[in-house]
Design a binder for this molecule. Sequence first.
Ligand SMILES: C[S@@+](CC[C@H](N)C(=O)[O-])C[C@H]1O[C@@H](n2cnc3c(N)ncnc32)[C@H](O)[C@@H]1O
Length: 406
Amino acid sequence: MTLMIERLSLHADGVAHGPEGTVHVAMALPGEEVTGVIENGRIAAPKIVTPSADRVSAPCPHYRACGGCVMQHASEPFTARWKAEVVRNALASRNIEAPEISVSTSPLHSRRRATLAGRRTKKGTLVGFHARASDTLVEVPGCLILRPELMAAIPILHEATTIGASRKGEVAFSVTLSQGGIDLAAIGGKDSDPAQFEALADLARQYDVARLTWNDEVVAARHPATQRFGVAQVAPPPGAFLQATEHGEAALVGFVREALVGASKVADLFAGCGTFSLPLAEQADVHAVENASAMIEALDQGWRQAKGLHRVTSEVRDLFRRPLLSDEIDRYDGVVIDPPRAGAEAQVEQICASRVKRVVHVSCNPVTFARETAALTAAGFTLEKTLVVDQFRFSAHVEVAAYFSR
Ligand SMILES: C[S@@+](CC[C@H](N)C(=O)[O-])C[C@H]1O[C@@H](n2cnc3c(N)ncnc32)[C@H](O)[C@@H]1O
């Protein structure tokens, strides 16, 4: 039986009406007619009977097997339109009409932070990404998203797996490109003993790794694993959050800075290591709030060592349990919020009750973004400008920045 794809799900599966209800279809596009075996409401390996004009042949040789990407069969303009539509639909579900949404897409080979998995096998080691919905690891020597420096680090991960993975377990390698070189944080391997520690330290020496941590223990710190945020240099804790591409970070920072031109006191909430706080300190006094103390310490050090910035104060605080209260927010001309996927419901409630006039919301979840937008607009804010930043290219992940004023 042939099914017609009507739309994409939030996971970028095609969605069709089947004989027994909704069917999700892997790697299918709206308007396509497909056939295939339906298992648990999903066709995992469809035959595309009538391809869409938006279909392209996937550029990566690993696309069929690797679970890292789910949208390589769609053209770039389609993906950009779809990601904007995900945001528009999320807002529409709250009866909010979005102004025009621009999309900025990161180039190929630009991911500077990724998590790969390593495992020992009978023949040696496997290092790669997981296959779709599976424990299987897929090696990705032709990966199109990772920066060349991350690709060049894969042999290090193989050797680290040989040294420190247990017989059955998997090691999660968080690999970040820092100014000092590769910053590698491994979790899930065998606990370190002196011989293993020495072997890993030798490995870091051999490949000139900037920093290597193993189950949170620092094995090597050979070069400063710093990131540049504006004029400041920050050494984030191992495995810390960092915007996925330099392009994405620049697009978001540019958006935030432009929205807050003229504000002289800004609160940066869910500030991380200072991605927004430190560039903003070129134009305003900033108060940075974040619940991870090691990140705040890194941010503060970065500010102290930089020259020519406005004052940056910082605070370790759980903004879910103890949001900045409305009278605290009244001290600022503008607020930036960049929460995790769960959103910032309690914090937005306080922003709404305050007198602040400008808010920039950066979000990795269109659903909580729409919820917070509904609260802000009900409190008199207008959604002025929206930007989708596609720094997780070929994935269904949608990152959005929005500027509100009242
Ligand atoms: C999406 S990241 C953004 C970080 C930073 N703005 C950036 O762009 O690099 C979200 C941040 O919120 C922090 N966070 C998570 N839960 C929190 C909470 N309950 N209170 C305060 N900060 C929290 C995380 O540690 C993380 O640094």
